[in-house]
Design a protein around this ligand. Sequence first.
Ligand SMILES: *Cc1c(COP(=O)(O)O)cnc(C)c1O
Length: 383
Amino acid sequence: MSRHVKLFTPGPGDVDEDVLSAMAQPVMRHYGPDWMEIHHEMLSLLRLFYRTGETIFIAPGPASALLDMAIGSLVPAGQKIIVGSNGFFGERLVDISRGYGAEVIPFTALTDQPLDPQKLRQLMRENPDAQVVAFVHHETSTTVMNPLKELAAAAREAGRVVVADTVSSMGGVEIACDDWGVDVCVTGPNKCFEAVPGVSFISVGQRAWELVDAYPSGSAHGWFLDLRTWRKYEQEWGSWHPSPVTLPSNCILAVLTSLRKIAARGLPAHFARYKRASQAVRAGLQNVGFEMFVEDDSASTIVTGVKARPEFEISELVKYLTEEHNMAIGGGLGSLAGKIFRVGHLGKAAEDEYLLDFLNAMEAFLKIRGLEPPPGAILAGLK
Ligand SMILES: *Cc1c(COP(=O)(O)O)cnc(C)c1O
């Protein structure tokens, strides 16, 4: 077995052994009565997190594929889409939209600031023909939590369809798709669902289906990433074969194992776990002289972004943690490379043992650098 590196990355996270063991069961058929039982349990668990009664599809592949499916099925080439972007994953939504030949109306914010619903209202007034608004909820690359509820409410008021990337927030904070007006919502298995990668999830509400149905017939769109393919198979085969393609059944069993555990713990308790871990890391690192990249109000509880310091390069810290402590943290992406590092609170990283190891390793690094952290200060937030 390869060396185990403790993950404090913003995804993937280290998952529990019982989740991994679920992968080692004999391969099941992804259809028939035994599978349908698993499928229905998966759907009812997903509904707890999504809080939606609308269609949910479980599809093989990365979450980005389902963002591709969403935007590509809703926005024909040449039509406008308003795309929120205040980081790397927002930019990905821009790229996906352009990939389908859509005209992107950029809805931006500085990388350490959340997207502003007022600004969205303005852009919607200026672009009455942009029927879709897409944005990221938790921008994992900057650790900014965008105000999903307020943004979706603004879009709903203006009669637009909302596509939300909740890949790194679903399961970590409250989301209520139906109440908030989130029409299409995409998430993945290896952020706050704390399971293994390989399958992803998308909900599609009635208002979004109306737009899908208005998509010009005859436009070239492929097959696998067309929402209509998924609906057709659900309608025609749904009673025994819930997907048009072979499902990664072992991976789904692992996700099921994790979702059952989170549901048993209770969602509020799961959310609180991230909050506690993030507060411990924020307080601890601030006590020894680090500055946070994002103000408390809009900072995520799932990943903490920390600014570089003049005394050392982030690459030196990353190297030290990897070589001396077998730990991985995240660096900055794109324009933030070398400017911030990111500490994930996913999976085991939210547990005391991991938190202690991480904070002690950070303290040891500062000592080696002669920065003399006040004794005990780094652990002060770990109550
Ligand atoms: C991780 C992440 C993605 C990408 O997910 P994949 O499964 O790798 O496609 C997209 N958006 C956000 C916000 C993420 O954190």
